[in-house]
Design a protein around this ligand. Structure first.
Ligand code: 16G
Length: 241
């Protein structure tokens, strides 16, 4: 019956409920990353769902990268965060989707005149105002990334509109980016970055530059991020022409 299906994904509700339940288990850290998931039979008994549903939900979460399966050993909570490259999502959304709570510590949240470099990145004329955010981004109290964002003040008039999530603030202003270009490269984290991210100096990091656009072609953000290389996997779906 149609009613039993989520209209957005056409997936049975029981399946979606179970996925949420497993996400919550992971989010609340009832099970730590790397630990085994309870057996299919235990899950189906505690959650009062059929084994088939449980198996499907687990397969879905394996595909999303929240769980990993080791042959003969069982199913485990993934130790790494797998992030699809082809979706224009925010840090906050990525973490919430995994049942982890995001948080930001601000080093800078101000407004000022654009520098020559920023004006080139954002296509702004000299003298324009920009909002600058410099944040350490946490998931479940663990530092995961450092981010520097520059946004034209014509799009985001007041830096204090960003409480925690930039995209949430943009959404409220009807300026949520629709397209983006992203460059990812490997770096080794310097002493300051490593200290903030709680890793050793010289550890691997993923340096990502994102330029996002509105429908009318205006640049919304130029963000430079350093994600922890020991935690993040970026994955993309590929197709032949
Ligand atoms: C992600 C984006 C970053 C964006 C931020 C917004 C990557 C590599 N970078 O971290 O460009 O500014 O999300 O997140 O995905 P927020 O809405 O939580 O502030």
């Amino acid at each position: 019956r149609r009613i039993c299906h989520d209209p957005a994904t056409h997936q049975p509700l029981a399946y979606l409920r179970l996925r949420q339940a497993i996400r919550n288990i992971i989010g609340h850290r009832d099970i730590e990353p790397g630990q085994a998931l309870p057996s299919e039979r235990d899950l189906s008994q505690t959650l009062k769902l059929s084994r088939v549903t449980v198996r499907k939900a687990i397969a879905g979460l394996v595909e999303e990268g929240l769980l990993t399966q080791r042959h003969g050993a069982g199913t485990f909570i993934a130790e790494r965060i797998v992030k699809p490259m082809s979706r224009l999502t925010s840090f906050t959304e990525d973490l919430r989707e995994r049942g982890l709570s995001p948080r930001s510590e601000f080093f800078e949240r101000g407004i000022g005149e654009v520098t020559p470099e920023e004006s080139m990145a954002l296509n702004l004329s000299p003298g324009s105002l920009v909002v600058r955010l410099h944040r350490l981004r946490y998931g479940q109290d663990e530092p995961l990334a450092i981010e520097r964002s520059v946004v034209p003040a014509s799009v985001l008039p007041d830096p204090l509109l960003v409480h925690d999530s930039l995209y949430e603030a943009l959404e409220k202003l009807n300026a949520r980016p629709r397209r983006a270009l992203q460059r990812l490269r490997a770096v080794s984290l310097n002493a300051q970055q490593a200290r903030l991210l709680h890793v050793g100096v010289g550890s691997a990091g993923l340096n990502i530059e994102r330029r996002s656009f509105l429908d009318d072609g205006r640049v919304v953000e130029f963000t430079c991020s350093w994600y922890r290389g020991d935690i993040y996997d970026f994955v993309a779906e590929l197709q032949t022409d």
